[in-house]
Design a protein around this ligand. Structure first.
Ligand SMILES: [Ca+2]
Length: 270
């Protein structure tokens, strides 16, 4: 998701305000075991690759040919790029037109669809030329996109994922994401991996593994070690970018302004 001054301050303030409460609850005997009983795994790092440290990563994906693309945010420097995953080189880039704020993106045939956070306007790009070819509208916030069969999955920072027919960007149904019966909100960058929807949880080092049919979180991936290794310490320079290369069966994660992209392996994931 995006960050603009006062909103960011307010949200961070809220997070900090809630932190002591969370600590208090943790000290109580019973109530919150929300994530404790779900499996938490740490990924194995296969390779460390370069990543543009100026990329405010909001969307990350591979197309059906095994080519990586990335969309980036921040007002005035939002972009869509074709990236060499091996070298981190930006092979082609397009600026998101002002005043739109670049958010998540996903391939749809020979197009790329992208969101613009609170601006309510989606962009349709020619995947080969990265030239804009159209727009669509959506309600509420738009954070990230991924594919689910012929449809798109869209996150908006809540605990709901929208299933969208890209033809007309029509809402088909909602997936209510819960972990042991409790809503999991702040769902951010998303990726379909091995039949599961994976979602970064905003401002955390956690990735949720979500069953698309039920919305139930099946487990968590803890990328805190990767965050430490990336070396970013800003409160917003968080993990946000998951991409599965279906051609080469490889999985990558990065973060906002991380100088590194990690190829990872997760136990039990093909
Ligand atoms: Ca993704």
């Amino acid at each position: 998701m995006a960050m603009r001054g006062s909103v960011k301050q307010a949200l961070l303030g809220l997070a900090f305000a809630l932190a002591p409460l969370a600590a208090c609850h943790a000290a109580q005997p019973a109530p919150s075991k929300t994530s404790a009983e779900l499996p938490v795994v740490k990924p194995e790092v296969v390779r460390k690759l370069p990543h543009d440290p100026h990329a405010w990563t909001e969307g990350l994906f591979f197309d059906s040919t095994g080519q990586m693309y990335e969309s980036t945010g921040e007002l005035g420097r939002s972009t869509l790029r074709r990236v060499n995953v091996e070298t981190g080189e930006v092979l082609a880039r397009a600026d998101v037109p002002m005043p739109l704020y670049g958010e998540g993106s996903s391939p749809v045939g020979d197009k790329i669809y992208s969101l613009s956070w609170r601006d309510g306007i989606g962009m349709i790009w020619n995947k080969a030329t990265l030239k804009p070819e159209g727009q669509f509208n959506y309600m509420g916030e738009g954070w990230a996109l991924t594919r689910l069969g012929p449809n798109l999955i869209m996150s908006d920072g809540s605990s709901n994922l929208r299933v969208i027919d890209p033809n007309g960007f029509r809402l088909l149904r909602m997936i209510h994401v819960t972990a042991q019966g409790r809503p999991v909100d702040q769902l951010n960058e998303v990726e379909l991996v091995d039949g599961e929807i994976w979602a970064n949880i905003w401002l955390t080092d956690r990735i949720a593994r979500i069953d698309p049919a039920s919305g139930h979180v099946k487990g968590w991936i803890d990328v805190s070690d990767l965050h430490k290794e990336a070396g970013t310490t800003g409160p917003d320079q968080i993990p946000n970018g998951i991409a599965y290369d279906g051609v080469h069966h490889k999985l990558y994660v990065t973060g906002k302004e991380w100088p590194v992209m990690f190829e990872i392996r997760v136990p039990g994931v093909k």
